[in-house]
Write a new protein. Structure first.
Lengths: 235, 204
């Protein structure tokens, strides 16, 4: 299968924002407007991060995304939800309605805790589960895992990477250090950490060059979190 | 009427929003009493085992057998397609509806390595004169396009009815299967952009 192109946005109430550097966000517009235009960008899927429990927008005033937006709008491509998944009311909402195709877990991977992953997998199938490894990369090009609950980084061990591939259908290597930048994804650092290229997704500072590298290495998908989509036509 | 079963799992609203593009009356049914004569859709995004379990718990089985007998359409998508086969080995494994002489197993490639298929693949659906699709697509001989797949389990056929329409992926798993009033898609037409919209007529 070809490398997919994903569009990663932060959802707050009924609006979408996209990063241009960690903690910095551009207002993209009402999510309904984005949905009606998204097919023009030739993307394959959209990742919506509701910010209640994710490390990307720690200082923001974002509010949880209004899921009703997904009920109201036809979206002709797959929707992946992330953030707030470990709340009972979020799970119940998704079970009762069915507005998305996949779910991305981050904290559960960092904590190596399968509780909510298994609950979602039982309900929506294991194929719907995406794991996320949020990475901080230091000046010596060593990748650490960012623990949002502790607001600190911990060692990235091979057992955590194995765990992610074991319990999830696909694994996102999310370069938090370069999140929102265009063309800064730490490919050289991250590539040796990957266990299965065909089940791996790049996110965090990706650009067209990252996409080319991903295609050459049969990486499953690249999610653009930055403004690349708005500046260049992707081939 | 297009009746979309809500089994308590799956992407029910996504399917509903796709079906609404037909401009036909569409309703989500959470129990058999809500059914109105017309098409039934069983959505996907679920384990086929839990999908089957939920259909049983919510007493949908009798309705589905009556629908099969009536000749009105039943459309299954992904896990909703897989439960129309004879059995599944997903999770605890179980017998399924048996509308299609096929079984669902863990996906593996030709080297027997377990795989997962998440992404876009070209799908070709033939439309010949005898085809059950020919009444929907009078001027087309082939429906082709990229379709969105997301599955770790897939259906393998036991025996094919000669008048059935079907195709396989490169590992021998069924991509779609149409016979009499049974329409099954392993891929997600509701999430397959333009190609998915071109399949909307199947619902009507």
């Amino acid at each position: 299968m070809r490398t997919r192109i994903g569009f990663s946005v932060c959802g707050s109430e009924s609006n979408f924002y996209q990063s241009y550097g960690i903690g910095n966000y551009a207002f993209l517009g009402k999510s309904s407007l984005v949905f009606s235009n998204i097919e023009k960008h030739n993307v394959d899927e959209i990742l919506i991060i509701s910010p209640r429990s994710n490390p990307i927008s720690p200082a923001s005033n974002f509010l949880p995304y209004d899921y009703k937006e997904l009920e109201k709008n036809y979206i002709g491509l797959p929707v992946i939800m992330s953030g707030s998944l470990r709340y009972q009311e979020t799970f119940e909402y998704h079970s009762k309605t069915g507005v998305s195709e996949r779910f991305m877990f981050s904290t559960e991977i960092v904590e190596m805790n399968t509780k909510w992953i298994d609950i979602y997998a039982n309900n929506f199938g294991r194929q719907s589960i995406i794991g996320c490894l949020p990475l901080i990369i230091n000046n010596n090009n060593i990748a650490y895992l960012y623990d949002d609950h502790k607001k600190s980084h911990t060692s990235l061990t091979s057992s955590i990477i194995d765990f992610a591939y074991d319990v999830c259908d696909e694994v996102v290597f999310q370069d938090l250090s370069n999140y929102g930048d265009s063309g800064a994804f730490a490919y050289e650092v991250i590539m040796p950490l990957i266990k299965d290229n065909k089940r791996t997704i790049f996110n965090g500072g990706c650009n067209n060059h990252t996409l080319k590298l991903a295609k050459n290495n049969e990486i499953a998908a690249v999610y653009f979190d930055n403004l690349t989509m708005h500046n260049a036509k992707l081939i | 009427m297009i009746n979309i079963i809500n089994p308590g799992c799956g992407n029910v609203i996504s399917v509903r929003n796709w079906a609404l593009k037909t401009e036909k009356k569409t309703k989500i049914i959470s129990n058999p009493e809500d059914f109105e004569p017309g098409t039934i859709v069983i959505p996907g995004v679920a384990s086929s085992y839990y999908m089957m379990l939920n259909l049983m718990k919510k007493n949908f089985i009798e309705l589905l057998f009556l629908q099969k007998k009536s000749g009105d359409k039943i459309i299954g998508i992904c896990a909703g397609f897989q439960v129309m086969g004879k059995s599944t080995t997903e999770d605890d494994g179980c017998n399924c509806l048996g509308f299609i002489d096929a079984y669902t197993e863990r996906l593996h490639d030709l080297n027997k390595k377990n795989i997962s298929q998440s992404g876009w693949m070209d799908v070709n659906i033939k439309i010949n004169k005898e085809s059950i699709l020919s009444k929907h697509y009078k001027r087309k001989k082939l429906l082709s396009g990229e379709a969105y797949f997301n599955h770790r389990y897939g259906m393998k056929i036991n025996s094919i009815k000669t008048d059935a329409e079907y195709n396989f992926d490169c590992n021998g798993y069924i991509t779609h299967y149409f016979n009499e009033n049974i329409y099954g898609f392993q891929f997600h037409p509701e999430k397959s952009l333009e190609f998915g919209r071109s399949l909307l007529k199947v619902l009507i």
